[in-house]
Write a protein that binds this ligand. Structure first.
Ligand SMILES: *Cc1c(COP(=O)(O)O)cnc(C)c1O
Length: 362
């Protein structure tokens, strides 16, 4: 097979061991002679995978008592409405740091008053607003910790006087997180924890059941856990078994490497390599404010005077095996996503490619 360096933004590169394990499980799950996609989700083998996956989340993120970890369908986008339906009585506050945050805001408006506390749309979302005031009369404050399209990230778990809700689709498991600072964390799996098809929700139980509206059964988070019989957790209906299995294997890989402290160190190292090259190489320039630069999505464009070489660099990089480095159309240029499973060798190859291009074209 051709050597490629996969920088896709999502779905994206997954650990090789998780893929191999999934292939084997599709043929024969757990030594049963029946494939993963053909078993009943009410078998002991599958219940063990569910329980272990939940435990891996709890261990890796050191999730405190009082929180539930749920695996649902519908993607992060469905949570844009599930969150307000479950938590919004009167008013919610939103930080608008990108298109995903904007979409979340739009959905919340269907269920109550929404205060946008700050937005970075004035500069194509190339920074994280600071110095804003969180209204204490809101039911929750919603943030997007990593802005996948623009390459900005909220690096610290913020102090929030009200319930803090975070879309962590694209930086979950990339660094240690103080879960106790959040009332709810959600995201699609397909950037750092698995393939598309499963959505994670970590919710503090005491924030639920406080809204006046009638919740459809599937929308109510409380439907998806069962205090009496944890075997029913995230199994009110048929769970996306394949996606959860690959997530299980992916998180096992994270744990085997040493957990989130190690992951974070590796991610810092990869990002530093690429940002250093962007800053050093006169042909390229980064698009995000330096202090808000994402460790996961690294965005850059051709520098002034080199704008006409964008196509040429794209072709040059493709020939060297770079995949998925085209920037989102709203930012242009290039975006290299360096998620957990992106090996440092790929980042080194991209840096080499940028240096070779400079020698050729400068
Ligand atoms: C990808 C992404 C989403 C959308 O996720 P889906 O699972 O496709 O709905 C939402 N928020 C952020 C930050 C993302 O990166």
């Amino acid at each position: 097979m051709k050597t490629v360096h996969n920088f896709n933004a999502g779905p994206c590169v997954l650990p090789k061991v998780a893929i191999e394990s999934a292939i084997n499980a599709i043929r024969d799950f757990d030594g049963t002679g029946v494939g993963l996609l053909e078993i009943s989700h009410r078998t002991a083998g599958w219940e063990r995978i569910m329980a272990e996956t939940e435990q891996l989340w709890k261990d890796l993120l050191k999730i405190p008592e009082g929180y539930r970890v749920l695996f649902l369908g519908g993607g992060a986008s469905t949570q844009f409405c599930n969150v307000p339906m479950n938590l919004l009585n009167k008013k919610a506050a939103y930080l608008v740091t990108g298109v995903w945050a904007k979409k979340a805001t739009k959905e919340a408006k269907n269920f109550g008053e929404v205060e946008v506390v700050a937005s970075s749309e004035d500069k194509t979302f190339n920074y994280i607003p600071k110095g804003y005031t969180i209204p204490t009369d809101a039911d929750y404050f919603h943030i997007t910790t990593n802005n996948t399209i623009y390459g900005t990230e909220i690096h610290k778990d913020i102090d929030c006087p009200i319930n803090l809700v975070a879309d962590m689709s694209s930086d979950i498991m990339s660094r240690p997180v103080d879960v106790s600072k959040y009332a709810l964390i959600y995201g699609g799996a397909q950037k750092n924890v698995g393939p598309a098809g499963v959505t994670f929700v970590i919710v503090r139980e005491d924030v639920l059941g406080k809204v006046q509206r009638t919740l459809p059964t599937m929308i109510d988070y409380r439907t998806h856990f069962d205090a009496k019989d944890p075997r029913n957790n995230s199994m009110f209906n048929t769970p996306p078994v394949f996606s959860i299995f690959v997530m299980h294997e992916t998180l096992k890989w994270v744990k085997d490497l040493g957990g989130l402290d190690v992951m974070y160190k590796m991610n810092l190292e990869k990002a530093a390599l690429l940002y250093n090259e962007i800053d050093r190489n006169p042909m390229f320039i980064g698009t995000a404010e330096k202090e808000d630069r994402s460790l996961m999505n690294i965005c850059f464009v051709m520098n002034k005077g080199h704008e006409d070489k964008e196509e040429a660099f794209m072709t040059f990089a493709k020939e060297r095996g770079m995949v998925g480095i085209k920037g989102h159309r709203s930012v242009g240029g290039f975006r290299a996503s360096t998620y957990n499973a992106c090996p440092i060798e790929s980042v080194k190859a991209l840096v080499q490619c940028m240096q070779d291009f400079e020698k050729l074209k400068a």
